[in-house]
Design a protein around this ligand. Structure first.
Ligand SMILES: Cc1ncc(COP(=O)(O)O)c(C=O)c1O
Length: 443
């Protein structure tokens, strides 16, 4: 018998809902700016509009554009607004997906099938990516039968190393990837150079703007120096841009854009011989919730360019203050030269994993990263309210960590250190699989 039995009798609705609410008590506090990943918080008014729009379409199913033309209209308008923002033109097309991973999955499928059509002699297609690109590409390549060729990033800048990427091209390369910016360190890759190399070699170039798609255009308009990263670069074939990140909607919303419909056709799956009818979908999922589509449409309309600029000004100013404050704390530095609001804190003298754990004791939730060890910071407008207390606690935490001897480092900090430094990365991978396999059971 399973550990939790399927209930024989139903429970009163109010009891179910109050139990549900009480489950939240152990969750991280995202509302007050104490988290630096996972949630992008733009404050109450944006949340109200995006949540109400979500609820208004919570039942509708995006699987059928004929049954729910409202969703078709909103989805195509969201894609078009995003194309407008990201340097597209009247040929640019796109779809909404459930998130960055799905946008990347369908882009990799499109690039693979484009190569199958144009270069049928390639039987072992390769996806060329810098080490910093998101693992959603590794996952897509794994699911779709491509080989990943992973190129170390420049040691100093942490950006894709153009010369090394060029050298890694083979006759089997079908897709090249760069980030705007990368998740781990917030670095924008040299995309103009990468796209030029890709175009010269007839390779599909994808820009992963899952993080920056709804941020960098506004930061650029605010006057900060942001290199061109979108369809204004001629060789760019597709762009992924998440709305559920810096677009500030609830989760389940991303956009995949293509320079033209010829590229997009390779995303679409169709099967014509099913007794249920001709079946065709652009996405990995079949049924699709209407909520994220409506919420995205409503939030883009509600904020507009001016609203997003105002919010991103707030995050940029908070980021600058945080980075300046962090760099005055002895022993800490920020990795590379991040141009927007994602960055990582490193140290050559302190155990940063232990620092992250100490900050948890002060109720700040910061993710640990490795290769090299560092702490991840994604800044939202809400963080404008926490700059001073955060820096004060960070300073206090550093003082405490500096006193620790190596044998004092235990618990999660020791575990991160152990996994990061395992020379056999296959072992680290097996460890992660076993860990998740065990985690997702009722305990
Ligand atoms: C640069 C980048 N690409 C892709 C993804 C994947 O997005 P999602 O988690 O929405 O699937 C992320 C997620 O953080 C990301 O930062």
């Amino acid at each position: 018998m399973a550990k939790v039995e399927f209930p024989q009798k139903g429970m009163p609705g109010n009891d179910v809902l109050s139990t549900l609410r009480s489950l939240k008590s152990g969750d991280s506090d995202y509302k007050h700016g104490r988290m630096f990943s996972l949630i992008f918080n733009a404050g109450e008014d944006v949340a109200r509009v995006s949540e109400e729009a979500y609820y208004a379409f919570i039942i509708e199913n995006g699987l059928s554009p004929f049954a729910f033309p409202s969703l078709l209209k909103m989805e195509t308008e969201v894609a078009s607004m995003m194309a407008d923002l990201l340097g597209g033109d009247e040929n640019t097309v796109g779809n909404m997906t459930s998130g960055g991973s799905e946008s990347i999955m369908v882009a990799v499928k499109a690039a693979r099938d484009y190569a199958r059509a144009k270069k049928p002699h390639i039987t072992q297609p390769e996806l060329l990516m810098p080490l910093s690109a998101h693992p959603a590409f590794n996952k897509a390549a794994h699911y779709l039968g491509l080989k990943t060729v992973i190129v170390p990033t420049d040691k100093k800048t942490l950006a894709a190393d153009v010369a090394a990427m060029r050298q890694a091209i083979t006759e089997n390369t079908v897709m090249m990837v760069g980030s705007a910016p990368s998740y781990p360190h917030g670095i924008i890759d040299p995309l103009t150079d990468l796209a030029e190399i890709a175009a010269k070699n007839g390779i599909w170039m994808h820009v992963d703007a899952c993080v920056g798609g709804l941020e960098l255009p506004f930061v650029e308009k605010l006057g900060y120096p942001i290199p061109t990263f979108d369809f204004r670069i001629p060789g760019v074939c597709s762009i992924s841009a998440d709305i559920h990140k810096y677009g500030f909607t609830p989760k389940g919303a991303s956009v995949i854009l293509y320079r033209n419909p010829e590229f997009r056709q390779y995303q679409i799956f169709a099967y014509a011989d099913w007794p249920g009818g001709v079946y065709a979908t652009p996405n990995v999922s079949g049924s699709r919730p209407g909520g994220p589509i409506a919420s995205s449409w409503a939030t883009l309309k509600y904020l507009g360019i001016e609203g997003y600029m105002k919010l991103h000004k707030q995050s940029m100013e908070a980021t600058r203050k945080l980075i300046e404050g962090i760099e005055t704390i002895p022993g800490l530095y920020v990795l590379g030269k991040p141009l927007a609001t994602v960055f990582a804190i490193g140290s050559d003298v302190l155990n940063v994993f232990a620092l992250g754990e100490k900050m948890k004791e002060f109720r700040w939730y910061i993710d640990s990263q490795h290769l090299p060890p560092c702490l991840h910071m994604t800044i939202s407008p809400i963080h404008a309210t926490i700059v001073e207390p955060f820096l004060a606690d960070l300073q206090a935490a550093v003082k405490e960590i500096a006193k620790l001897k190596p044998e004092d480092i235990t618990g999660e900090a020791a575990m991160y250190g152990m996994i990061g430094s395992m020379p056999d990365r296959g072992m680290a991978k097996d460890f992660a699989v076993q860990y998740l396999n065990d985690l997702y059971r009722v305990h």
